[in-house]
Design a protein around this ligand. Sequence first.
Ligand SMILES: Cc1ncc(C[n+]2csc(CCOP(=O)(O)OP(=O)(O)O)c2C)c(N)n1
Length: 327
Amino acid sequence: MPPIKRTKFKLTPDQLLEMFYWLKLIRAFDERLSILVRQGKVRSGVYTGIGQEAIIVGSCFALRKDDYICPLHRDLGAFLMRGVEPRVMMSQMFGKATGLSKGRDSALHSGVSELGIFGNTSMLGANLPVAAGLGLTFKMEETDNVVVAYFGEGASNVGDFHEALNFAGVQRLPIVFVCENNQYAYSVPIEKSMAIDDVADRAASYGFSGVAINGNDVLAVYQSTLGAIAQARSGEGPTLIECKTYRWHGHSEHDKAFYRSEEELAMWKSRDPIPTFTTYLQARHVLDDAKLKETEERVTQVIDEAIDYATNAPDPHPGDAVTDLYA
Ligand SMILES: Cc1ncc(C[n+]2csc(CCOP(=O)(O)OP(=O)(O)O)c2C)c(N)n1
């Protein structure tokens, strides 16, 4: 196969390599966090997205800097891709003063408005009406910004999801709803919580399109998000993209996931988004052994540095507990 100049989605080799870097970095960040939890270094629940990275990378890659995301608990990678420094993110997980919320929350609820990240609360699906509010703001201000709102298939069973989609559909809001369907909501498999196969079908009730795609294919996620974003920017309203995937670890690091079989896990691991994309890049002469080694070394260096920084960072000062509050 001859080397490619750019893909049919107009991605250049450098952009493809950037996507590859993010996949590797986000995977490594979660893998190291998983070890750090066992070492007692993390002062937060850790909900890794290992196995699901293609969704975050493909969708965030399609965004502009001035767009917004509404992430959920499993989306730390989205924080990194939007520009949060790995050392700051690691500090956040360590509950250090150098973290996003300066060690004052359980780490998963911060937002960074200047990077277009709207912080979430613990209530499943509660980020979706917030995304609708952001979309309404963009519409009223007549900007062409969009918001990407992430949620799991479990969250698509709560009322907030349906209210948000209904409102977004009625108002034709510039929102891309990205469902990370990893097959389980904690221990509940999808067939025990939904009477239909595809979350994507729910969009039709609210007057817009829903599409179910392979969430382990970073280019498929990118392409779908790009199309949905173009539609949202031109005032044609929201889209629901359901990305089928699987989480390799338990719901959180304290969950041993006894409710699923080894065979099932092995089957999904064989669909690992990273080797699939690696082979794609190698076959098209975008990635050679030297670039692969360089990327892996860079990732290790970035993560090592982030851990060193967070380990040596100061704890929060009790006197700062009530700073940055407003009423
Ligand atoms: C309204 C609400 N109900 C229950 C919970 C407890 N809870 C937290 S995460 C979770 C499972 C979430 O599953 P899903 O939405 O599919 O996302 P995933 O964790 O699989 O990424 C549950 C039940 C909660 N936080 N909020």
